[in-house]
Write a new protein. Structure first.
Length: 250
């Protein structure tokens, strides 16, 4: 297969999971209409959800999940040392994701309450880039398979990928969805990076910001508008803190 006369590289891909629900990996595996083309374009040498192969030699490592144990830190460093390109896959990997909420808890107390006399080792949650250098971050909870496929195409042709700079609102308006603020709901669409096609507002649920902050997002102005619409400080802070993508503002 050539594109504009250019022969794409054939890259070896590996996918690894850390603390998370593995939903981002499932996204890669479950879109059957493009799965064969995807698997035909790359060599998947390690991907627990689709294959028992364990090769150990790969060019691109897709890392799903956050880091919350010592053994994960060691494993991640080994992966980083082997991979030419390390990609953080999903909001857990990019920001810590929903796991990051535990950082606000007393971990010892939570451990005692959940595990009683059999406590588990647990560290404060960190995103992948807080432990090792990351070459590319693909946000979303879960990631958009279509976006991952576009990014893989760019990797194969060695063309830089440009994430959308517009917010979720733009895609929401393209669908003619009635703004949820006008229905009394809070929505992070104005400050969240677009590219997901705004499925949550279309389904009647305000955006929770799983793709992180949009370029040039004005968080202070957003807060002030949300307050004007009678949303309380706690509600706004919980929303901003949910996925960790606005952590410095929550
Ligand atoms: S980002 Fe969401 S879907 Fe992906 S692993 Fe984390 S919790 Fe699961
Ligand atoms: S519902 Fe949310 S995403 Fe849609 S226009 Fe309103 S604020 Fe923006
Ligand atoms: S609308 Fe918001 S919460 Fe929903 S997928 Fe898009 S960025 Fe994530």
């Amino acid at each position: 297969m050539k594109y504009l006369g250019i022969e794409p590289k054939r890259l070896r891909f590996a996918v690894f999971e850390f603390t998370g629900c593995e939903g981002c990996e499932l996204q890669l595996a479950n879109k059957e209409e493009t799965l064969l083309a995807f698997l035909g374009a790359v060599d998947v040498v390690e991907f627990r959800e689709v294959s028992s192969a364990r090769n150990g030699a790969y060019d691109v490592a897709l890392v799903d999940g956050a880091i919350s144990r010592t053994d994960e830190v060691e494993r991640l460093r080994e992966i980083r040392a082997r991979a030419k390109v390390l990609v953080a896959l999903g909001s857990c990997a990019c920001f810590g994701g929903v796991n990051r909420m535990k950082n606000a808890c007393d971990l010892d107390q939570a451990n005692r309450e959940v595990y009683g006399d059999h406590p588990k080792e647990t560290l404060p949650t960190r995103a992948i880039h807080e432990v090792v250098p990351v070459d590319l971050k693909i946000p979303g909870c879960p990631v958009s398979k279509a976006e991952v496929e576009r990014i893989v195409q760019h990797l194969l042709f060695e063309v830089p990928y440009q994430f959308p700079v517009y917010p979720v609102c733009l895609e929401c308006k393209q669908h003619f969805t009635v703004c949820l603020f006008d229905k009394g709901q809070l929505c992070l669409g104005p400050i969240t990076r677009g590219g997901c096609d705004a499925p949550c507002p279309a389904g009647g649920l305000g955006c929770w910001g799983c793709r992180g902050k949009a370029a040039d997002a004005n968080i202070d102005e957003f807060r002030s508008i949300a307050r004007e619409r009678a949303h309380g400080e706690r509600e706004i802070a919980e929303r901003l803190g949910f996925f960790g993508g606005f952590e410095e503002h929550s």
